[in-house]
Write a protein that binds this ligand. Structure first.
Ligand code: PMP
Length: 413
């Protein structure tokens, strides 16, 4: 068997080298969360062994060490997403927090009664509910962009719906259900022509492809550390300085203030104005370590690797009778997220049966209930590949689908 180019990565992920239900684990739930390489675990351990202290406030050696590592991580992230300055990189708990901050702070500032907020039918709940809440509060309209038959954005509909009433368009860069990649720059141009603003949910994009927030011309861009080999509880909100400057913080307290008087206070400059309280210092350091790991492999290479797996597996999946695939077939428009259903078998039963074969996939609505309704599916099963997955595992995945089908449809034999 030829060694695959990414096969050797497995040694960096102890958790992947285990037996589950008497079978070698094939972890295909990377859209939910990814595993952490030894380098990230080491970075966390080293930080706690050598440098743990609170940031920004101390003058002692450990405090300075922790502060410089925390702020150094911000610079690593800035460079990774090509933001122009670290003032535009805010640490959050993850994509959900980032999107809530934008809806509550920026939305509060610019959305008025009768205005329109535009999202799409492929959004994750965390890019729906904050806008629903804002629309209700402001008496604004929440409007959905339609999808094509194969799950891509219907660009004609998008263009028609972006008007001078559109204050905010908030769109996922990559769908966590369909794997489809949206043309962010094109939409940014349309939104900006109408003097609106574009918010991008990058949770499923930043881990899988090179992202340049300036080239995309996104006004805000959100993502999570845990989906890109980093720890849970750390994420990022990128925002253009001119917009962040105008916004009020969502949380108030220590670390984010300049002066506090009895009745009034002033805020620190960006990015600290938004980061109230002791931040997730170890999380930021762990995320920077994850980015070093990804950069060593190269985001172009990672994207190419996932494409090759999708290209390899699509014909095999299409050949399975009774299997429905959601999202575009063309690899140029998608990542390694593959949602599917098998006729006559509930997706939860599919996921349970596949787990018996050691293959970890997810089943459910994937936090995208409006999309499920739109596609007329109660749920789907979903496999999501990442850099450490191999073609051999993709084969195992196909075999597990066939075994599942036989188990349920032909009975026990
Ligand atoms: N948006 C998308 C597209 C996602 O896939 C996810 C995670 N499933 C989120 C937002 C939310 O991310 P988190 O739970 O890390 O805040």
């Amino acid at each position: 068997v030829p060694i695959e180019p990414f096969e050797h990565l497995k040694k960096d992920f102890a958790i992947l080298n285990q037996i589950v239900n008497d079978e070698p684990l094939v972890y295909l739930d990377n859209a939910a969360t990814t595993q952490k390489p030894e380098a990230v675990l080491q970075a966390l351990e080293t930080y706690y062994h050598t440098s743990n202290a609170n940031v920004h406030r101390g003058v002692h050696t450990l405090a300075e060490r922790a502060t410089s590592q925390y702020e150094g991580s911000r610079e690593v992230i800035r460079a990774f997403i090509h933001a122009s300055e670290t003032a535009e990189v805010l640490f959050t708990r993850g994509t959900t927090t980032s999107l809530n901050w934008v809806a509550r702070s920026f939305g509060e500032l610019i959305v008025e009664s009768g205005d329109e907020i535009l999202i799409s039918y492929m959004e994750h709940h965390s890019n729906i509910i904050p806008w629903q809440q804002l629309a209700k509060k402001k008496n604004a309209k929440l409007i959905y962009m339609e999808l094509t038959e194969d799950g891509q954005l219907d660009l004609e509909d998008v263009k028609n719906k972006i008007t001078d009433k559109t204050k905010i368009v908030s769109l996922t860069h990559v769908s966590n259900v369909l794997g489809v990649v949206n043309p962010i720059k094109q939409i940014a141009d349309w939104v900006h022509e109408q003097n609106g603003y574009l918010v991008v949910d990058g949770a499923q994009a930043v881990p899988h492809m090179p992202v340049d927030v300036q080239a995309l011309d996104a006004d805000f861009y959100a993502f999570s550390g845990h989906k890109m080999l980093g720890p849970t509880g750390i994420g990022v909100l990128y925002g253009k300085r001119a917009l962040l400057e105008q916004m009020e913080p969502i949380e108030f307290g220590g670390e984010m203030i300049d002066f506090v008087e009895e009745q009034d206070s002033t805020w620190k400059e960006l990015p600290w104005k938004f980061e109230a309280g002791t931040p997730n210092i170890a999380g930021a350091i762990g995320l920077a370590a994850a980015i070093h790991y990804l950069n060593n492999i190269g985001m172009e290479n990672i994207m190419q690797h996932e494409r090759e797996i999708v290209e390899y597996i699509m014909p095999k999946l299409e050949a399975i009778e009774g299997l429905t695939l959601f999202g575009p077939k063309d690899v140029a428009h998608r990542t390694g997220v593959i949602s599917f259903n098998i006729d006559g078998i509930h997706p939860h039963d599919v996921a349970t049966a596949m787990d018996m074969e050691g293959v970890a996939v997810r089943a459910g609505h994937h936090c995208a209930q409006p999309l499920m309704t739109y596609m007329n599916q109660p749920a789907t099963a979903r496999a999501s590949f990442y850099l450490y997955n191999t073609k051999a595992e993709a084969d195992k995945f196909v075999e597990a689908i066939i075994a599942t089908k036989e188990f349920f449809l032909n009975g026990l034999n």
